[in-house]
Design a protein around this ligand. Structure first.
Ligand code: NAD
Length: 268
């Protein structure tokens, strides 16, 4: 159980996922969570559903908090930083989920000594299956990293990378859900093409992706080894694999991650 008071500035989808995860995992008490936002009815809903405290006043929330999670959209972040800067002192840990905003830009607003951890979560966090990378800034301690890890482990797995690798993380796991949804949709189209009803095809496709990932993670086996297990001599899987290789699936996926990483770099 985290003892700190945690303020979420911008209680949208990502903040709600984290609040839900923290409470479900028993990692925080509702009364030690403060959520801020602009829309009164959304704040009322969060208060009603999760029992957390809410306010429209970012500055007041930061004053009370030990840990501040910056969860507004990247375009809104600079304004919020300017608004709360006077209340940020070296006792507070600042965690950002805003895509593409460098630690240096946040330090410029909050002061060079600010304890900042920048993160890149992904949308499966909304169902507790996220993959999040964390990059501690120069002034964040081991203890700070442990606190941030605890928060994000409430909604999935975490990994620590240097900040200069966060664009690559954005290209792989940050943007990755979009690739996988496309693959699931294509597989279910394929199922329909070979005669399955749409719903049956979609259910089979999604569960195949989920189950294959789970099998890989639980066994710790190399993906090539698991692929070989499904591939009997002269069988069906090798016929399908041959077609995927001929279509350049590997190269296409590598190009996609590379393009998204490049785009993240341009936007950052
Ligand atoms: P969202 O639009 O659902 O949430 C943003 C919230 O901030 C909204 O509720 C909005 O009302 C509120 N807000 C706007 N201006 C504000 C202000 N001045 N003060 C207080 N609140 C304000 O967006 P989201 O999907 O939750 O994304 C939030 C952040 O998370 C973004 O910076 C995004 O880059 C990052 N992120 C999201 C995902 C994801 O999967 N959704 C993945 C990686 C990173």
């Amino acid at each position: 159980m985290l003892e700190q008071t945690i303020a979420f500035l911008g209680a949208g989808n990502m903040a709600e996922a984290l609040i839900k995860g923290l409470l479900r995992a028993g990692n925080a008490k509702p009364e030690s969570i403060i959520a801020t936002g602009r829309r009164g009815e959304r704040l009322e809903m969060l208060q009603r559903t999760y029992g957390v405290r809410t306010t429209q006043d970012n500055l007041a929330a930061v004053r009370e908090a030990d840990v501040v999670v910056l969860s507004v959209k990247p375009q809104a972040l600079d304004k919020v930083l300017v608004q709360v800067a006077t209340a940020v002192d070296p006792h507070k840990l600042i965690i950002s989920v805003a895509a593409g905003v460098p630690i240096a830009a946040m330090e410029r607003r909050l002061g060079a000594g600010a304890r900042i951890i920048r993160t890149m979560p992904n949308t499966p966090s909304l169902v507790g299956m996220g993959a999040c990378a964390l990059s501690p800034g120069e002034h964040a301690s081991e203890e700070d990293l442990a606190v941030a890890t605890r928060i994000f482990q409430s909604v999935g797995t975490t990994t620590v990378v240097d900040e200069n690798l966060l664009d690559a993380v954005t290209g792989l796991s940050g943007s990755g859900p979009a690739y996988i949804f496309l693959i699931i949709e294509a597989l279910s189209d394929a199922g329909v093409k070979v005669g399955l009803p749409r719903y049956t095809a979609l259910k089979l496709a999604a569960q195949t992706v989920l189950g294959s990932a789970q099998l890989l993670i639980e066994t710790g086996a190399h993906p090539g080894q698991l692929k070989d297990q499904v591939t009997s001599p002269g069988g069906t899987a090798i016929a399908g694999l041959h077609t995927l290789e001929a279509g350049g699936l590997r190269t296409t996926l590598i190009n996609a991650v590379e393009a998204a990483t490049r785009r993240a770099r341009e936007l950052g």
